[in-house]
Structure formats: C-alpha cells, structure tokens
Design a binder for this molecule. Structure first.
Ligand SMILES: [Fe+2]
Length: 389
C-alpha cells in the first residue's frame, strides 16, 4: 500500500445497484419533476422488453417523456442539437440510458440546458469559457460495463479528423445525481462491445492504481475492482448471459469511474485522446488494443524497488492466484495475461479503424503521459502505436 499525505475526493453520485432496478426510475424522476428527456443509443434498448416496461411505468406515473438517440461517440453538434430541439419543452430531468457515449452525451446535454452558447465553448483545450456548473438533474444508467461515466464529473466529446479533438466538458457539479446500475441491462450486450468496454474498465482501474496521484482511498477501490475483473471479465466476454459475472464487472466499472475521477489515468488514456481525435475508434477498443504493449514498456522502465513495481506485483497475484512465487513471476504473469486477453478477446489493430503509419509521429508527440508511473519517451510512444498498427 502507498500512503499519501494529502488528497482530495470528488463527490460521488447517489447509487442504486442491482438487477431489475431500472423499474425504480419513474419514482426517482418524480423527485425532480414530471418532464424527462431520455438520451438513448440506437435500437438495442428501445427494441427491448426493458424499454416497453419502463415506458408503461413512466406513463402510468404521469411522466411526460421525450427521447433523443445518440449514435456513436458524441460530438459537440450532437449535444447542441438536443438542447436546441428540446429547450422549449420545459425538461426537468435528463436520463442517459446506454453505453459510455450515451452517458457522456446525456451529462453534457443536462448541463447545456443551463447555458446559452455551444458546448464547444466550454470544452477543455478547445473553448474559451468555463462551465458555470449549473445542470439539470442527471440520472445515468449504464448498459455496458466500461467507462464508469456514471460516476464521473466529465463528458468526453469529439470531432474526428486531421484537426480533430477529443476533449472533456468538466465540472465538479456534473457528477450525475444518481447512478442507477442494473446489470441485467448488460446481459444482451454484444460480445465485442463487452470486450471493448471491459478492457476500458480494466485499463482505468490499473492506470488509476498505478497513477502518481493515487491515494489510499482510490487504491482500495482499484484493487477491489481489479479482483472482480480478474475473476469475471473472461466470463462476460465468452458467456454474456452470466448474470453473476455481469454484476461483478458492472461494479468494477463503476469503481473504475470513481478511481479515475480522483487519481487520474496514464499513457493509454493519453492515446485515447490523441488517437481518438484522428480516427473513429471506439474508446474501449483503443484502450484494450494498447494495453499489453503499453504496460510492458512501463514495467521495463521501473526499478524493482519502485512502488509501482509492487503494485504490478499485487495485481499479478490476483490474476495468477498462486502462492510462493517471485515478484518477477507475478508481474510478468500479469503482462502475459493482458496480452492473452488482447488476443482472445479479439481486440482489433489500429489500422482496422483507419490509422496510417505516417500519422504515428504526430500522434505520439500529442500524447500525454501525465500520471503514468514511468514517463515513456516519444520514441516509446511511437513504438506502442507501431506494435498495434
Ligand atoms: Fe476509459
């Protein structure tokens, strides 16, 4: 364990966790009003029995609802369009039900109902203003176990292209009012999305655990979450209808959100921003595909006496579950396990999403290393991209 003499904790949402809990949503909404905007993804939820049941209950409770679908990772235009379309409806509560993209879009839309300018003006590193922190009450309901957006204060928005960006709208008050985590909603999540989002949660837990900003509080949550990932991630990927495993990975993903909000992330999430701005790649696919080689280079840069080495060793013990081996054995065992999952979960290479070799130097130069326990050089960052091209 590492001690830290000072640290801060962001607020966490009120949490409702459990299979079947979606049905308490009408009651939750009524705490704030009767006019609700539901932000959803494409067709999968809307075509399901969960949706039909929810709508029936909302209407029985006298709640008026509007729906806005977000397809793919959200851009500022997607957020601005929703606000313009529904501003006159007197929306009192915003609910996001979907994967990380939907939850982030909903978080931004809830906040932008309280502003008059485009969300682009408030994005870190893009805009010229700071958000006021005002937001409509926001309820986040994840249908994938990945980003942990239900627990965080930021929403990631992007425009993809040669002058693209992938940046956050962030404010302490943008933490959702409620995170309603119903693992039964994840049972039908397709295999590849389960793998992508699960590897995102895994990356977030490991990077925040190893982060220079980690605290005793985030360490406790991260190691707990990593244990659930070790036990249950292969089950949810290979056997999606395993509810017990879905519950464990959903909880791990939620913990990963709290950890990243309080400890920061490492080089892999630096790539999420720089690569994600250049090519349309799902965030979890990017994290997963880079996870093996990035961790291997980080480990190579550590001394055996470094705190981060001992943290790798501790995580390795969770994954190997064998007693009495050397510290080297556990650390290398973890790296091998990650690389095995990258293969067995079929994480695609970057070229699959359109990355070209010529773009690698610029992307590597634009990649942040901030909280990584080892500062990887630009050449090493190029090597990581090259290895997974
Ligand atoms: Fe992530």
């Amino acid at each position: 364990m590492t001690w830290k003499e000072s640290f801060t904790l962001a607020s966490t949402p009120s949490v409702i966790f459990g299979s079947g809990k979606l049905m308490v949503l009408p009651e939750l909404v009524q705490a704030w009003g009767r006019r609700v905007l539901l932000i959803t993804g494409g067709k999968s939820l809307v075509g399901s029995a969960h949706w039909t049941g929810l709508i029936e209950q909302m209407e029985a409770a006298g709640i008026s609802w509007w729906q806005y679908a977000v397809l793919g990772e959200p851009s500022p235009a997607v957020v601005d369009r929703a606000v313009a379309q529904f501003r006159e409806e007197g929306i009192e509560v915003v609910v996001g039900i979907g994967g990380g993209s939907v939850l982030d879009a909903g978080k931004a839309i809830a906040a932008m109902f309280c502003e008059t300018a485009s969300v682009k003006h408030f994005l870190e590193g893009v805009g010229d203003r700071k958000p006021s922190g005002k937001t409509l009450p926001y309820i986040a309901i994840p249908t994938t176990a990945g980003t942990g957006s239900e627990a965080t204060k930021n929403a990631v928005l992007s425009e993809v292209g040669s002058s693209g960006f992938k940046k956050s709208l962030r404010h302490n008050r943008f933490v959702p009012a409620v995170a309603l985590i119903d693992p039964s909603l994840m049972l039908t999540c397709p295999k590849h999305i389960t793998a992508y989002s699960g590897m995102d949660a895994f990356t977030q837990l490991l990077e925040s655990y190893l982060s220079k900003e980690a605290s005793p509080f985030t360490d406790a949550l991260a190691i707990e979450g990593l244990g659930y990932i070790a036990d249950s991630l292969p089950s949810v990927v290979e056997q999606g209808d395993d509810l017990f495993a879905r519950e464990q990975v959903a909880y791990a993903a939620f913990l990963s959100g709290i950890c990243l909000a309080n400890a920061g992330l490492g080089t892999i999430h630096g790539f999420a921003s720089s690569v994600g701005a250049r090519i349309p790649i799902p965030h979890g696919a990017l994290c997963g595909t880079l996870m093996g080689i990035s961790n291997r280079l980080t480990v190579e840069g550590l001394n055996r006496t470094d705190a981060a080495w001992h943290k790798y060793e501790r995580v390795g013990r969770l994954f190997t579950q064998e007693a009495g081996k050397s510290s080297e054995y556990y650390v290398m065992g973890l790296l091998d396990q990650i690389e095995e999952w990258v293969e067995s979960f079929e994480l695609p290479r970057l070229s699959h999403f359109g990355l070209e070799k010529e773009e690698i130097p610029n992307i590597a130069a634009a990649t942040s290393n901030k909280f990584n326990p080892v500062q990887l050089s630009e050449e090493e960052r190029q090597f990581i991209l090259q290895t997974r091209l």
